[in-house]
Design a protein around this ligand. Structure first.
Ligand SMILES: Cc1cc2nc3c(=O)[nH]c(=O)nc-3n(C[C@H](O)[C@H](O)[C@H](O)COP(=O)(O)OP(=O)(O)OC[C@H]3O[C@@H](n4cnc5c(N)ncnc54)[C@H](O)[C@@H]3O)c2cc1C
Length: 807
């Protein structure tokens, strides 16, 4: 094998993403950055982009990516600022825009909601029929994809990067210890310790060369160039537009329009692999599939009915199951990074993504919350390409189509069912979906079971019709006993000589406690940011079980794997989710019920809070953990799935006299919020630390060393600037708050809502928000809810006392 060079890093893929990563690596001072492209630059999805870029996005991180990308393109002189309008062509969409505007303000983006008439003034070409309003973002615009990508590549070259085209990567060589050693190309080997896969729709195949998994599927996207219509020539500086109800977006070009959109029944192709020889050519377009979009566009621009198509472009982009990119280091392959799965975020995302990935590689602190984009968040369940493709297609379908916060995924189901699935069906379960699991949202007793889907479409932005059912489930847990299947909990076995040291380093709390202890802790980054929120049970001297949310198991396991250092004593991490069913039972009568089915001691003295013990129930041995997420006395029972049905039946039978009732995940939210319990990803993120989150009791500063210790000590010394607080929003009546809404004090935005839920015991709409320290219980703020200012009062963390926890 010829050796063609040595590189500080090899970036694979010369689309907008690869060019941005190469540029930012070179800018960060990394020497000999090589960008390798099998064809010419822009030989993938990049050359097919329509070139629109907007900052408007409900995700704080994506919004910041986009804002930075626009600044970068402007600095390179390749961005045309014409502004953009996002139309509401239905009342529901207007509310969605109001909600998103509030969320945008909550993260510091000032967007303007304008009336239909004002939108027509900004864009006289539109019809105002069924136009309810629009969001106007003056700083948005468009670019030419080819010019922008070449400009970035040129800037990278100027900073010393080597751009090598016509060179295909055919393999990745690893050392015996699983670290990157070289990239093999059809022209020879390039020695390097760092590889970034920015291969677009080819990324899964490239990453597989190093044994890594990339979960993305090529999903077709089409846009058309429509001829100018005499008398309706569009000015070149016309704002870009997006009309989600009509499923289309566009911009003016050659007095006509470039029109793209999101089909309702999208097509995934090359599910098992993209041909290597496919390059920048467009695929045969499908006009029939595009027709509904043309009709949608003609509703907003009636004259477009007369415009002929000059050209219809069809090409796939790499869609992930959640339409978020895949970024960062690949656990288990040292030196391998991903900047893939752009999911049609290409030009908006690429600038910020290039910078973030370069920061990751050069060791700088990533200043954004990248946890939703961690490339290792998908797991074994997503290894089935067909399943991943169904999720990707559905994510694409809802790119524009209004998806309400309580709606569930519908495609690719059922995938994973728990051992008590049929029992829950018999009880009238309404199943949602999480990380492939069918999980009960709530029960409709006496009605046939069903899978939830686009259910909220029926009731829109109003109180859910199953509100009273949730109240009853809630009351069972709070006042008697509730039972819930939690088999989807993510479980990770951490074993070996190095297990304790690894967990002590990663966790804020003290892990070195006697076997049988259960510890609630956050896993921390070096800057004190929260990487995960878990419980850790010590099962033996060198055996720990980390329990986390269903959707976080791969994220947390990968993160833990990345914490293992050279020279650490051996440690093994293994996912054991499917090995154990979990049944949770809580409520003041939980002990009474458990005592009826086991002879083991479950008294307060015999089985203290935050402990785990094996107990016998019938023929089964369950590992019972006395913990709580609902703030009531109770246990989680970990069982081999074969025993789960029997134990469920025994508990249900023994609980009948005590008024036991099954509940689902929706009630859980209401229960935990009344008690001040936090939820990772919403209340706790990489940008929040445990002291601010009110979780100082989980930080064991007496430990001599753990991630984030210095940073948290310094933060404590300086004094905190903000604290997660519980808010009561409005009065007793249900408020449609879903999270992210802007919080105001004296007319100024001071925060945004995190978790939201109705507390059925407190009879209040509850929400969490990080607030300035001087806003203490009793303080008042306002929350922007669909354009209205709703008064809110700061209250104690727990609005219902945690009185049953330790009784
Ligand atoms: C029709 C269409 C319209 C779009 N419109 C917009 C828009 O208006 N705005 C927007 O922001 N986004 C848009 N997008 C999305 C955007 O184009 C993509 O998200 C983005 O271009 C992806 O860029 P990338 O660099 O990640 O991948 P790609 O552009 O696909 O680049 C991957 C590169 O890797 C190279 N490669 C693959 N395998 C190898 C190998 N083995 N060795 C070396 N090189 C290899 C390929 O040749 C290719 O050049 C659109 C996408 C499509 C399909």
């Amino acid at each position: 094998m010829d050796r063609v060079g040595e590189a500080g890093a090899v970036v694979i893929g010369g689309g907008i993403t690869g060019c941005s990563v190469a540029y930012h690596l070179a800018k960060a001072g990394l020497r000999d950055v090589h960008l390798v492209e099998k064809g010419e630059l822009t030989s993938g999805s990049t050359c097919h982009a329509a070139g629109l870029v907007t900052q408007f996005n409900p995700s704080p991180t994506m919004m910041r990516f986009r804002r930075y990308s626009i600044e970068l393109y402007r600095a390179l002189g390749v961005f045309e600022t014409v502004g953009s309008l996002r139309f509401a062509s239905s009342k529901e969409q207007l509310m969605e825009l109001q909600r998103t505007a509030s969320r945008a303000r909550g993260i510091g983006l000032d967007v303007e909601l304008v009336s239909g008439a004002e939108a027509a003034r900004l864009m006289p070409a539109i019809s105002t029929v069924s136009l309810y309003g629009a969001v106007w973002v003056p700083g948005d615009g468009h670019l030419d994809p080819h010019t922008a990508t070449h400009a970035l590549a040129r800037a990278a070259r100027t900073l010393g990067a080597h751009v090598m085209t016509g060179m295909r990567v055919t393999g990745i060589e690893l050392s015996d210890r699983g670290a990157i050693r070289a990239v093999i190309t059809d022209r020879g080997a390039i020695e390097t310790e760092v590889v970034v896969v920015a291969g677009g729709i080819w990324a899964p195949q490239i990453a597989a060369m190093a044994g890594a998994q990339v979960v993305s599927t090529p999903v077709d996207h089409q846009h058309a160039a429509l001829r100018a219509v005499p008398g309706h020539e569009l000015p070149h500086d016309m704002p870009c537009f997006r009309d989600p109800d009509n499923l289309v977006y566009g911009k003016a070009e050659a007095e006509g329009v470039i029109l793209g959109g999101y089909e309702a029944d999208p097509v995934a192709r090359w599910i098992d692999g993209v041909p290597w020889d496919h390059a920048g050519m467009s695929l045969p377009p499908d006009q029939a599939r595009f027709e509904p979009l043309l009709r949608g566009a003609a509703r907003r621009f009636p004259f477009l009915g007369e415009a002929g198509i000059v050209k219809l472009v069809c090409h796939p982009d790499a869609m992930t199951p959640d339409a978020n990119p895949l970024l960062g280091p690949v656990p288990g392959v040292r030196g391998l990074y991903l900047a893939a799965g752009l999911s049609l975020n290409g030009f908006g995302g690429a600038g910020g993504i290039g910078r973030a990935v370069a920061e990751w590689i050069t060791g700088g602190e990533a200043e954004l919350d990248l946890h939703p984009y961690r490339c290792w968040r998908f797991g074994p369940v997503h290894r089935d390409h067909r399943y991943a493709a169904e999720l990707a297609r559905e994510a694409y379908r809802y790119y524009y189509l209004l998806r309400y916060p309580y709606d569930s995924d519908e495609w690719g189901r059922p995938r994973r069912t728990s051992a008590v699935h049929t029992r829950m069906q018999d009880l009238g379960a309404v199943f949602g979906a999480k990380h492939g699991w069918e999980r009960v949202d709530y029960y409709e007793p006496g009605r046939p079971w069903r899978r939830a889907g686009a259910d909220q479409r029926r009731f829109g932005w109003t109180r859910p019709p199953y509100f009273d059912v949730l109240a009853e489930e809630h009351a069972a847990f709070r006042e008697r006993a509730g039972i819930i299947d939690m088999s989807s909990f993510g479980k990770i076995e951490v074993t070996g000589k190095g297990a304790l040291a690894l967990l002590e380093r990663a966790a804020g709390n003290l892990i070195d406690r006697p076997a049988g202890s259960v510890v609630y802790t956050q896993l921390l980054e070096k800057d004190g940011g929260i990487a995960a929120d878990v419980t850790i049970t010590r099962l033996g001297e060198e055996h720990f079980r980390v329990v986390t949310g269903a959707g976080y198991v791969n994220t947390d396991m990968g993160w833990l794997r990345l914490q293992v250092r050279d020279g650490d004593p051996p440690v093994e991490l293994r996912e054991s989710t499917k090995d154990f069913s979990v049944i949770g039972m809580w409520g003041p009568r939980a002990r009474q019920i458990l005592e009826r089915v086991t002879e083991d001691d479950v008294s307060d003295e015999g089985f203290p809070f935050m402990h785990a013990r094996p107990i016998r129930i019938g023929g089964a041995t369950a590992l019972a953990q006395r913990v709580t997420y609902v703030g009531e006395l109770g246990w989680e029972l970990y069982l081999e799935p074969a025993w789960a049905g029997q134990v469920w039946d025994r508990l249900m039978q023994a609980g009948r006299a005590s008024g036991i009732r099954p509940g689902g995940y929706r009630a859980l939210d209401s229960l935990r919020m009344e008690k001040g319990y936090r939820y990772y990803g919403t209340d706790l993120t990489l940008l929040d630390n445990p002291l601010e989150a009110g979780l100082g009791f989980c930080v064991h500063f007496e430990k001599p060393d753990f991630n984030g210790r210095q940073a948290l000590l310094a933060a404590r010394e300086r004094g905190l600037e903000r604290r997660l607080r519980t808010l009561e929003v409005g009065g007793e009546d249900y408020q449609p708050i879903y999270g992210g809404e802007a919080v105001y004090r004296d007319g100024r935005v001071v925060s945004r809502l995190r978790s939201c839920g109705y507390g059925f015991t407190a009879r209040r709409n509850l929400a969490y928000a990080y607030l300035p320290m001087d806003l203490k219980p009793g303080g008042t703020v306002e929350v922007e809810v669909f354009g209205r200012m709703v008064p809110a009062v700061v209250t104690t963390d727990a609005v219902v006392r945690r009185e049953h926890v330790a009784s």
